[in-house]
Design a protein around this ligand. Structure first.
Ligand code: ADP
Ligand code: MG
Length: 189
């Protein structure tokens, strides 16, 4: 399958930039396990109507993660897996274990808005892959981000390798675009 060619404008065009602040929830844990590309899942309810109006697809922008001050202690939660017979233990560190450097850095991200397998693909889901290698998970952390543009529609894949290759391409496009003059200035969140 070929990805459609999307021309990215030299600076954000309406409805972009969009901004949001939210917290990270857990999904099925598939992103890291299956693809090696973790995505911080964001509850759609925490996003403005403009996000709900976006077509499903892949977007990009800048983000910053920080501790979620509502939760002081780290918890381990038992959560559902796709195979509902089983549960997985997930550490909710609420961002309290992020490094000093990670707390002050604004990272580039690619965001997918797609149909959520968790809800039998009946509801939309927003997932943010941050272009940074974190040493550990930060479930429950606060996240602020903007969305500056659109890369491509949601596509169906027959192989995992094809999906991974497309995400790598999305990441390359996002990094290149975010480093350009029309976009760089939006890194001040
Ligand atoms: P889930 O289905 O629970 O979202 P994932 O396999 O997609 O599971 O992993 C997501 C989690 O991985 C995030 O919630 C976050 O805590 C962690 N994580 C580690 N590195 C990154 C990264 N570079 N971008 C996004 N999330 C990351
Ligand atoms: Mg995810």
């Amino acid at each position: 399958m070929n990805r459609p060619q999307v021309d990215i404008p030299t600076q954000p065009q309406p409805p972009f930039p969009l901004t949001a602040s939210s917290h990270i929830v857990s999904g099925f844990g598939r992103g890291s396990l299956d693809l090696g590309i973790p995505t911080a899942n964001i509850p759609m309810e925490s996003l403005s109507q403009q996000f709900h109006d976006l077509p499903v697809g892949v977007y990009f922008g800048f983000c910053r993660v920080s501790p979620n001050l509502t939760y002081k202690a780290i918890e381990v939660k038992l959560l559902a897996t796709p195979d509902s017979q089983q549960q997985r233990a997930v550490e909710f560190s609420y961002g309290h274990k992020l490094s000093e450097k990670e707390l002050i850095t604004v990272f580039p991200h690619v965001m997918s808005i797609g149909w959520n397998p968790f809800y039998q693909n009946k509801e939309k889901a927003a997932e943010v892959h941050i272009m940074h290698k974190f040493d550990r998970n930060f479930y429950g952390a606060a996240i602020e981000f903007n969305v500056l543009g659109y890369i491509r529609p949601e596509l169906d894949y027959t192989t995992k390798e094809a999906l991974i290759a497309d995400i790598q391409e999305d990441i390359a496009i996002a990094l290149r675009t975010l480093d350009s003059d029309g976009y760089k200035k939006y890194s001040e969140l």
